[in-house]
Design a protein around this ligand. Structure first.
Ligand SMILES: N[C@@H](CCC(=O)N[C@@H](CS)C(=O)NCC(=O)O)C(=O)O
Length: 202
C-alpha cells in the first residue's frame, strides 16, 4: 500500500489523499511535525511534505509529481486523460501550474506572512508575489468560465491541484477567492472523496 507522509494540516498532502480517494486507491498516512524527526530527514533529504513511498523502493516528494506518478502507476483514470485526448495537455499544464506558479508563490507569501519581522511583511517582493498569484487566479477563473471543471466535464488532476492551491490562498493566507472560483471551490469541497481526504489529516 502507498504511504504518504504529511503535516497534520498540510494541504499539499491532501491533494494526494484526495486523488487516492477519487480513484479508490488504498493509502496509509504518516503524520510528522516540524522540525522533522531524524528518521524523516534520512528518508527524504530534500525535506518538505508530502512524501510518497511505494513498493519497489519508490520514494518521491513534490505533490504534483506524486499525483502524476499515481495516475500513471495505478491508472488509467479519468483524472488524467489518455495521451491522445486533446484534454491531456491542458490537464498537465494546469496541474503543474498549481504548484510551479501558484504554490511556489504561496510559499513565499506564507513565509513572509508568518515569519517575517513586522517591518518586512509588506515588502516589495511580497506585493509583487501577491500580484502574481492574483493574476494566476484570474487566469484560472477565465479557464473555468461557466464549466463545472477546469478541463472538460469531469474532475481531473487539474481540479484537485488547483482547488487545493485555492485552499492555501484562502485558508492559510486569509485571502479572498475571486467569486467564480469561490463557487467552484465549494463544489469541489462538497465531493465525498474530498471530505474523506480531509478527514485523513492528522
Ligand atoms: N512544491 C512542493 C512544496 C512542498 C512544501 O512546501 N510543503 C510544505 C508543507 S505544505 C512544507 O513542507 N514546508 C516546510 C518545509 O519546506 O520544510 C510540493 O508541491 O510538494
Amino acid at each position: 500500500m502507498v504511504r504518504i507522509t504529511n503535516f497534520a494540516r498540510g494541504l499539499r498532502g491532501v491533494r494526494v489523499f484526495w486523488q487516492c480517494e477519487e480513484i479508490g486507491l488504498p493509502y496509509e498516512v504518516a503524520t510528522i511535525g516540524f522540525p522533522y524527526p531524524d528518521s524523516y530527514k534520512a528518508l527524504n533529504p530534500a525535506g518538505g511534505v508530502p512524501f510518497l513511498e511505494d513498493e519497489g523502493g519508490v520514494g518521491i516528494n513534490e505533490s504534483v509529481a506524486i499525483m502524476l506518478y499515481l495516475a500513471e502507476r495505478y491508472g488509467p483514470t479519468p483524472l488524467l486523460p489518455a495521451k491522445d485526448d486533446p484534454a491531456f495537455a491542458q490537464v498537465l499544464q494546469l496541474t503543474v501550474y498549481s504548484e510551479a506558479t501558484i504554490g511556489g508563490a504561496l510559499n513565499t507569501l506564507m513565509a513572509t506572512h508568518f515569519m517575517a519581522p513586522d517591518a518586512d511583511k509588506k515588502n516589495w517582493t511580497a506585493g509583487m508575489t501577491e500580484g502574481r498569484v492574483a493574476h494566476a487566479l484570474g487566469y484560472v477563473a477565465g479557464v473555468l468560465g461557466d464549466k463545472p471543471f477546469l478541463v472538460g466535464d469531469e474532475l481531473t488532476l487539474a481540479d484537485i491541484a488547483i482547488g487545493t492551491a485555492l485552499g492555501m490562498w484562502q485558508g492559510a493566507l486569509g485571502k479572498v477567492i475571486p467569486a467564480p472560483l469561490d463557487a467552484y471551490r465549494e463544489r469541489l469541497r462538497a465531493r465525498p472523496a474530498y471530505q474523506r481526504a480531509m478527514a485523513k489529516q492528522g
